[in-house]
Design a protein around this ligand. Structure first.
Ligand SMILES: NC(=O)c1ccc[n+]([C@@H]2O[C@H](COP(=O)([O-])OP(=O)(O)OC[C@H]3O[C@@H](n4cnc5c(N)ncnc54)[C@H](OP(=O)(O)O)[C@@H]3O)[C@@H](O)[C@H]2O)c1
Length: 188
């Protein structure tokens, strides 16, 4: 039985992963900016900890990881899933939109990773899965900012894999376009 921590679990891929983990009998901390969305989606489940987490806020990440360990006793797998796309040519993308995207797609997973690593080291075990994208290593016209954010995730993940030591493992999921049951504000 594993203890999972998912970001961006209120819909899309994150919600599907939560459902699969619960079905497998695992214990799950499911997080999103609005925890009511999580309760509406998954109901009251004994193996589920729904928790508010905006990944752009480091203090919330530390609180959510702490609450998970308090509830389940440990943490086995962190899945950095929260993220979104931005459709637009480089020239058209405003500084504000780019900063906001990087805050979620790049600084967000870094915040949650920073919060989880001390626990993984204390346990001498733990796994981090970063949801990346095919765009992370091959950028396409119109998706340059999004692809660059996933390239940053790739670089961070690659370095982490070399820095982590034996107790923490790392993997990336490089996804092509998909449509989960409920969709998001932009295609990827
Ligand atoms: N869909 C695709 O074709 C595709 C392809 C390749 C890779 N990906 C990657 O796969 C992941 C999931 O994509 P998806 O299509 O399933 O996404 P989605 O349906 O749009 O769901 C995004 C999730 O991220 C959460 N989220 C957004 N901003 C957040 C923030 N600041 N803090 C915490 N949570 C936040 C949303 O929750 P709330 O809004 O409720 O907080 C939601 O649960 C993303 O990293 C995406 O880049 C997607």
């Amino acid at each position: 039985m594993r203890i999972w921590f998912f970001t961006g679990a209120s819909r899309g891929l994150g919600a599907e992963l939560v459902r699969a983990a619960l079905k497998a009998g695992d214990k799950v901390a499911a997080t999103a900016r609005n925890s009511k969305n999580l309760i509406d989606r998954f109901g009251d489940h004994p193996n589920l900890l729904p928790r508010r987490l905006d990944v752009t806020v480091g203090a919330q990440a530390r609180d959510a990881i702490g609450a998970t360990v308090e509830r389940f006793g440990r943490l086995d797998v962190l899945v950095n899933n929260a993220g979104y796309g931005l459709l637009g040519a480089i020239e058209e993308s405003s500084a504000e939109d780019v900063e906001q995207l990087y805050r979620t797609n790049v600084f967000g997973p870094l915040n949650v990773t920073r919060a989880a690593l001390p626990q993984f080291r204390a346990q001498r075990a733990g796994h981090i899965n970063n949801i990346s994208s095919l765009g992370g290593y091959q950028a396409t016209a119109g998706w340059g900012i999004y692809c660059s954010s996933k390239a940053a995730v790739e670089g961070i993940s690659e370095a982490l894999a070399r820095e982590r030591g034996r107790s923490v493992s790392e993997s990336r999921s490089r996804r092509g376009p998909f449509s989960a049951a409920s969709s998001s504000r932009a295609a990827r």
